[in-house]
Design a protein around this ligand. Structure first.
Ligand code: PMV
Length: 337
């Protein structure tokens, strides 16, 4: 091989190291966290237990480029303004990567969600998980999933869980898989009630709740205890007990937030929850959970998902249903595009 060929090959390899594409699924918390510890480490106040969901995904490509004067973010095909919230948060994550990799290069980010963005469907979880993995890889950092999860957590705590497959716990700084996707033969039916972005971000909602809810201390005590009970139920494969605790966790979180004036549910959310409870009363065992948005997520055994889905599709205000199942953690997709 000539010197010229060798240096061309080295250049190509260097370019490859400067771009990477990652795919991540969102996750939903069965045992929710709500509230942060004091300080600026973005550490949840209570432990949480989630399931990573196949059936919805974010795909993100990060390319470091010395010719750029600023980071660029194209989200779902739309270039984001310099001061757009998503762009500012992406740059904060990239700044941490740059510091770790000792580089000052700016990056171009292209990110696509195949489900509604920023409306309470955990797009920040899959978004920051994919961004963390793609940017650390593109910067040449050879980090294990725990280290990438820690990077993701600083931007969105729930994103740390999307690095891992199946059922995942986030306790303080640490995210870890508790059980694989097959631990429960579960389907999660995501009842989409709006395609719009939510009015109050989870970060703001949590701050207001911590400052003003008379129930916040009780929530912290109860959430810490019920997370442990749920983990035991999960490890026994006890769908009923996990489902009961999941519905209770969501209602406790929302009750705590509502007492501070933060309301994420709408009439459609409550209609869908009422249908979940009616199904359960009639012997079709379903449970509901709700995150910081108006969508109801229904937990059901895989073999009963078709029946539950037909019932939920008939609920006024439910626009469509995304059927998901326990899935894999974030992963790299074959090199730069
Ligand atoms: O970490 P964030 O900002 O995505 O907030 C997540 C909040 C909930 O989804 C409501 C609860 C949870 O544990 O995911």
């Amino acid at each position: 091989m000539t010197v010229k060929q060798t240096s061309a090959l080295a250049g190509a390899q260097q370019d490859q190291a400067r771009a990477a594409t990652a795919l991540a699924h969102p996750n939903i918390a069965l045992a929710k966290y709500w509230g942060k510890r004091e300080g600026d480490g973005n550490i949840p106040a209570v432990p949480s237990l989630s399931v990573t969901l196949s059936g919805m995904s974010t795909t993100t490509t990060v390319s470091f480029d010395d010719t750029l004067v600023d980071d660029e973010l194209v989200l779902n095909g739309e270039p984001q303004a310099h001061d757009a919230r998503a762009k500012v948060r992406a740059t904060q994550l990239l700044d941490r990567v740059r510091a770790a990799a000792s580089t000052t290069s700016r990056a171009r980010i292209e990110s696509v969600n195949d489900f509604p963005t920023a409306s309470g469907l955990a797009s920040s979880a899959s978004g920051f998980a994919a961004l963390a993995l793609a940017s650390a890889t593109a910067a040449g950092l050879d980090w294990d999933p725990s280290r990438v999860a820690d990077l993701a957590r600083r931007s969105s705590a729930s994103a740390a869980r999307s690095l891992f497959s199946g059922f995942v716990e986030l306790e303080g700084l640490i995210a870890r898989a508790v059980a694989g996707p097959a631990a429960l033969d579960l389907r999660v039916l995501v009842c989409v009630t709006t395609e719009a972005e939510k009015a109050t971000s989870s970060t703001v909602g949590m701050k207001l709740t911590q400052a003003a809810s008379p129930y916040y201390e009780a929530w912290v005590t109860d959430a810490t205890r019920s997370h442990l009970t749920m983990r035991d139920a999960l490890l026994r494969g006890d769908f009923s007990h996990v489902g009961e605790l999941a519905e209770r966790s969501a209602l406790a979180m929302h009750a705590c937030a509502m007492a501070a004036g933060i309301v994420y549910v709408t009439g459609a959310t409550l209609s869908a929850l009422a249908e979940v409870r009616a199904m359960r009363a009639s012997g079709l065992e379903t449970y509901g959970t709700i995150d910081a948005g108006p969508h109801l997520k229904c937990l059901v055994r895989a073999e009963e998902a078709v029946r539950a889905r037909a019932r939920l599709e008939a609920v006024p205000g439910v626009l469509r249903i995304i059927e998901t199942a326990p899935g894999d953690g974030a992963r790299l997709l074959g090199g730069p595009p």
